[in-house]
Ligand binder design. Structure first.
Ligand code: TXA
Ligand code: MG
Length: 351
């Protein structure tokens, strides 16, 4: 179900707070942007994961602007962002013990917790589900902004639906300029991949989307036996994080993940007259770049968190290169590697 509503052109304001020293009181730019959100408009802002597009989570009309600007399907619910932990009770009908434990350990931070909802937020935020996704971000600009707005802020990633999430303000401008009220510019997002989404409504915690907080970190708090295996989730008929069923992040040329030798795959494609892009780690550049029309370096293989931080920027670069096919190497699904591979697999999936 695609939201067909037309987006009328808006003059998108820009507030640059890149130089704000968080030891100082928050600048007037954040106050203005917060006011904009509390008046019911949609404003993009940096978080420690990716840039978000925020609006008043209690208001149907405000939330509607998010769906319209992004072209987001209405059955894909949004995460509600809070500035203080005390706001959580106001959104949930009950907060399970495991959710409290995870919040104690990882909030503020890149972790989203699914809990049973009450009726405080717009039905459009939860897309008709009986649960609500809540996250307390760590980024000082995000927290100051949410606190200035003084309300729970619904915020998906601030990209055009289907494109990689924005890790720089310029990505937001590229996707949403003229469609939203404003952009708070605050430098590059740190993790570069979205938060880990954990369903806390059942017996065991279920990771619906791997992200900045790793499975290893979750099990260290809850115990191995209290975190469901990913395999159990995959066997279910209906995806429990509705967003995960959609195609995401995909460059316009087909992206092919190659576990073995990329040069063989590249040689074969070139033999068929195709132009080839290769995405690989720095250590493989010398060996591979002769086979590529465009080589995109993902970073050092020993710095997987840097690879994660730059992945979406690199996927956007790949999208802009006009090659016929892109081959990308794979990573071990350990630690942040699980989230990196999840996003690469989504980008590579054809449906
Ligand atoms: O890091 C992040 O999480 C970023 C920043 C801006 O906070 N936000 C973000 O939002 O990635 P979004 O909308 O792009 O992804 C939210 C994911 C989707 O896969 C959605 O389906 C899932 O969370 N989700 C939201 N509410 C849910 C719920 N009640 N039950 C299950 N999944 C839910
Ligand atoms: Mg998103």
């Amino acid at each position: 179900m695609e939201r067909g509503g037309k987006v009328s052109y808006k003059q998108t304001r820009v507030w640059n707070v890149d130089n704000w020293d968080e030891e100082e009181p928050s600048p007037p730019e954040i106050e203005e942007a917060g006011l904009c959100i509390s008046r019911g408009e949609a404003v993009a802002f940096p978080t420690e994961t990716v840039y978000g597009l925020g609006a008043d989570a209690r208001s149907d009309e405000a939330v509607e602007q998010i769906f319209a600007a992004k072209g987001r399907p209405g059955d894909n619910p949004l995460i509600v962002h809070i500035g203080e932990r005390s706001q959580w009770q106001g959104l949930a009908s009950v907060i399970p013990d495991m959710a409290e434990k995870l919040a104690d350990a990882f909030w503020p931070g890149p972790l989203t917790l699914i809990v049973p909802k009450n009726n405080a937020v717009s039905e459009k935020v939860t897309a008709g589900l009986s649960t609500v996704a809540v996250r307390m971000p760590e980024h000082p600009v995000a927290r100051a902004l949410i606190n200035k707005a003084g309300i729970p802020v619904a915020a998906p990633s601030a990209n055009q639906s289907g494109r990689p999430s924005p890790t720089k303000a310029e990505h937001v401008t590229y996707d949403l300029d003229g469609k939203i009220a404003g952009i708070v510019q605050g430098g590059e997002a740190g993790y570069g991949l979205e938060s880990t989404v954990v369903d806390c409504t059942g017996e065991k915690a279920v990771v619906l989307r791997p992200g900045g907080i790793t499975r290893e970190q979750l099990t260290s708090v809850l115990g191995e036996e209290n975190v469901a295996e990913t395999a159990a989730l995959l066997q279910e008929d209906a995806p429990r994080a509705p967003g995960m069923k959609y195609r995401h992040y995909a460059p316009s040329a087909p992206l092919v993940l190659v576990e073995g030798s990329i040069n063989e795959a590249a040689k074969q494609a070139r033999g068929e007259g195709k132009t080839v892009g290769i995405m690989a780690v720095d250590e493989h550049r010398l060996e591979l770049q002769a086979y590529a029309d465009v080589f995109i370096s993902l970073g050092s293989k020993d710095e997987l968190s840097d690879i994660a931080a730059r992945l979406y920027d690199n996927l956007r670069l790949a999208d802009q290169s006009s090659v016929d096919v892109i081959f990308c190497e794979t990573f071990p699904k350990k630690g942040i590697g699980e989230a990196v591979m999840n996003r690469l697999e989504k980008a590579a999936s054809a449906s």
